[in-house]
Ligand binder design. Structure first.
Ligand code: 13P
Length: 242
């Protein structure tokens, strides 16, 4: 039985301690799902003793040392992080991150004793070309380390065309892709690993569509952007986990 994970990715939002505090005092994690908040790194210190898991949105592939602007996995761990998102499509696009780099980052997270949330997903152009399956399985093949297990890795399927657009994948379309991702994990790791590894859906998940997506057999939670900035919306998605 895979325990659901409801993860908020705040991206580059919230400019004051007041906004962060207001969100956190009103967050109601509940008992039925793991709840995770991934703020911008500058706010991690404020979440250190909160009632949910906390995570970072990116990590350096390097250990400590001369890497200006980077944050090491060991530093995120010291700040209380349990999870780190790697390979988000915004980083793949804005910073030209390759699958190879994403894999190195995932490995750094795993080596530090945290859980990597490895993001994959096709663009609209790729979907229209009919190459979604090939694109996503290749990303999984190249980005997921060989020593990934259900205890140290989560996959997030985030179709790029659904991120921040208000257009979510239908539950059936998302389920079909999650099944393909799980089959790919079985192929490259093992069936047992695939059966227990959590695969999150991300892309315009909100209170109006979350229940349908979360009811699908291979959808083990959500990676939520916009709706994770509104604490009432985030709470109501958490509440939908049965
Ligand atoms: P939205 O929920 O705003 O579409 O963002 C999804 C996402 O990218 C989460 O990582």
């Amino acid at each position: 039985m895979r325990r659901k994970l409801i993860a908020g990715n705040w991206k580059m939002n919230f400019t004051s301690e007041e906004e962060v505090t207001n969100f956190m005092v009103n967050l109601v994690p509940g008992m039925l799902a793991d709840v995770l908040v991934c703020p911008p790194s500058i706010w991690l210190y404020m979440l250190k003793n909160s009632n949910c898991f906390i995570g970072a949105q990116d990590v350096s592939p390097h250990a400590l040392g001369a890497h200006t602007g980077d944050i090491a996995a060991s530093q995120l761990k010291a700040m209380g992080c349990k999870y780190v998102i790697v390979g988000h499509s915004e980083r793949r696009t804005d910073h030209n991150e390759t699958d190879e780099l994403v894999k190195q980052k995932a490995q750094a997270v795993i080596d530090a004793g945290m859980i990597a949330i490895i993001c994959v997903g096709e663009t609209l152009a790729q979907r229209e070309l009919g190459i979604t399956e090939e694109v996503v399985t290749t990303q999984v093949f190249r980005s997921v380390p060989e020593n990934a297990t259900p205890a140290n890795t989560v996959i997030a399927y985030e179709p790029v065309w659904a991120i921040g657009t208000g257009k979510n994948a239908t539950p059936d379309d998302a389920q079909a892709m999650h099944k393909i991702v799980r089959a790919q994990i079985a192929k490259q790791l093992s069936q047992g690993t695939a059966d227990s590894m959590r695969i999150l859906y991300g892309g315009s998940m909100k209170p109006a569509n979350a229940a349908g997506l979360l009811a699908m057999p291979d959808i083990d939670g959500g990676l939520i952007g916009g709706a994770s900035l509104l604490v009432d919306d985030f709470n109501s998605i958490i509440d939908m986990v049965q």
